[in-house]
Design a protein around this ligand. Structure first.
Ligand code: ARE
Length: 490
């Protein structure tokens, strides 16, 4: 379950948060495949509640009311078309699976759902699956309110309602079967795996049974016997009763310490310095490499939900954000996920995706210069980030090597003889000759530009036959970093 089944040596996953299926299909063909992204994490595809107060928040999608594949992003045939088209160009689809719960206990009763299916939160009745009151943990939860009140009580965390969301009784065979049927339908349609939402709130034993009943991936696109890629959302910053390690035998796990720590490093908070990242990864107390799914920010902590706090870097802090994403993509630790966001009014963290008056999501508008408009940020299309996704592919399998630092916030490291990156996050210039480990020749810096045939649209770096190269990076450069790799050789 730990293998993303990426094609053509591609490495990075991108979360196209709230994108419509038609837009994702087009993005796979026109951008993700040619640039070498391995796969897409999509927003939850099931029917959910439709909320009007506040108006159509993004988080309504985390409140399923049926397993019909009919959401704000599109219907089942659009979903199927997207999966097919992305698979046909070797870009995998990973589904955000909300299986811990249904909608909120106070979700009412009626047909206020994204495709008009009837449900009753009051009676815990979801007839289209069907789930009834027998299928929830109401009797099992021992907290006074029925909600999780204490994260140090393992039983509460797993048997009570997360923020009042009706908690499914995953110990029941019937419930397990319905959940597995839902996931298997998607596997048969061709998805490569799942982000398992709120995994901390499900017993590892229940998940083991559900995962065990998942089909192998569709052999139209994947090798026979391939198991779905599973990455489980467990927020463990240390200090709580539930630890990520409980989920290691089941699949990969989100490493939330990664983004929180890297935010502190690039912001230079809490005495952190870039030079301290020489042993970045397990050396920083992160989980084993083979278990980790890493990211700088996610759809929750970029807007103050979930774990990580104020240190989390996002597109709002564009300059150091690009440096942090570049660091992640250059570094060998973990399976890396790039965030792709929409803009919102920062006082209203509930705001949904760019929408029309009737609440339907707007198309993603792509500008002539490859950036996006109409409220879509498309960090994954920012040149520095796209080019570092390519860097990660080019250096794949090569060791972390040729480390250098100035004792402060100037560092450099390579990936064997395939790539080299230099950062200057100090308040003064960097001017130094370093051993890159790369074969001699002229290379195009993929941060300030990129190779275009024989031409370089950015800085050119000359590596001598001894592997040494001179780097000058001003602290006032637009992006105070330089990266070269085997495929950027001129
Ligand atoms: C919304 C409202 C709530 C309301 C509820 C029901 O905000 O006030 O009670 O609806 O009416 C998302 C949003 C929530 C939203 C929910 C349902 O973030 O705000 O609730 O959808 O619409 C914990 C969990 C972790 C979870 C985070 C957010 O452990 O699994 O909280 N993350 C996932 C998703 C979210 C999603 C859900 C789960 C629910 O990524 O997008 O919620 O499907 C410490 C702990 C963490 C804890 C964290 C925050 O760090 O260690 O475990 O995370 O605090 O409480």
């Amino acid at each position: 379950f730990n293998n993303p089944h990426a094609k053509h040596g591609r490495q990075a996953i991108v979360h196209l948060f709230e994108w419509k299926w038609n837009d994702i299909a087009a993005e796979c063909e026109r951008f993700l495949a040619p640039k070498g992204y391995a796969g897409v994490q999509i927003s939850p595809p099931t029917e959910s509640v439709l909320l009007t107060s506040p108006w159509r928040p993004w988080w309504e999608r985390y409140q399923p009311i049926s397993y019909n594949l009919c959401s704000r992003s599109g219907n089942e045939s659009e979903l199927r078309d997207m999966i097919t088209r992305c698979n046909n160009v070797g870009v995998n689809i990973y589904v955000d699976a909300v299986i811990n719960h249904m909608c909120a206990a106070g979700g009412g009763e009626g047909t206020h759902s994204t495709c008009g299916t009837y449900f009753s939160a009051k009676n815990m009745n979801f007839p289209s699956i069907p789930f009834s009151s027998f299928d929830f943990n109401e009797g099992k939860c021992k907290s006074a309110s029925g909600d999780i009140e204490n994260y140090n009580d393992i039983n509460q965390v797993r048997d009570c309602r997360l923020v009042s969301l009706l908690d499914l009784a995953l110990e029941k065979n019937y419930v397990r079967e319905k959940v597995a049927d839902y996931m298997n339908k998607l596997i048969d349609m061709g998805v490569a795996g799942f982000r398992v939402d709120a995994s901390k709130h499900m017993w590892p034993g229940d998940l083991t049974v559900i995962y065990g009943s998942l089909h192998n991936l569709n052999t139209r696109w994947f090798n026979g016997g391939s198991r779905p890629f599973l990455f489980q959302e467990v927020i463990d910053m240390g200090g709580e009763a539930i630890q990520t390690s409980e989920y290691f035998p089941l699949g990969r796990v989100t490493e939330f310490k990664y983004g929180a720590k890297i935010g502190n490093v690039f912001r230079k908070w809490n005495g952190e310095k870039l030079s301290y990242t020489k042993n970045w990864g397990e050396g920083w107390g992160f989980m084993p490499d083979s278990n980790a799914l890493v990211f700088i920010d996610n759809h929750d902590n970029q807007r103050g939900h979930g774990g990580g706090g104020n240190a989390i870097l996002t597109f709002w802090d564009a300059r150091i954000y690009k440096m942090a994403v570049a660091y992640m993509l250059a570094h060998p630790y973990g399976v890396a996920r790039v965030m792709s966001s929409f803009r919102w009014n920062r006082a209203d963290d509930w705001q949904g995706p760019p929408s029309h008056e009737d609440g339907s999501t707007k198309d993603v508008h792509v500008n002539a210069d490859d950036t996006c408009g109409d409220g879509w940020v498309c960090e994954h299309r920012w040149r520095q980030i796209t080019n570092m996704a390519t860097f990660r592919n080019v250096v794949n399998g090569q060791p972390h090597s040729n480390w250098w630092d100035n004792g402060h916030n100037q560092v450099a490291f390579g990936r064997g003889n395939r790539g080299f990156i230099v950062f200057n996050n100090d308040d003064w210039h960097l001017d130094v000759t370093l051993n890159t480990g790369m074969p001699g020749g002229a290379y195009c810096d993929v941060i300030s530009g990129q190779r275009d045939g024989e031409r370089c649209t950015g800085k050119t770096i000359n590596v001598g036959d001894d592997g040494r190269a001179h780097f000058k990076i001003s602290n006032t450069d637009e992006d105070p970093m330089v990266a070269i790799h085997a495929d950027s050789k001129l």
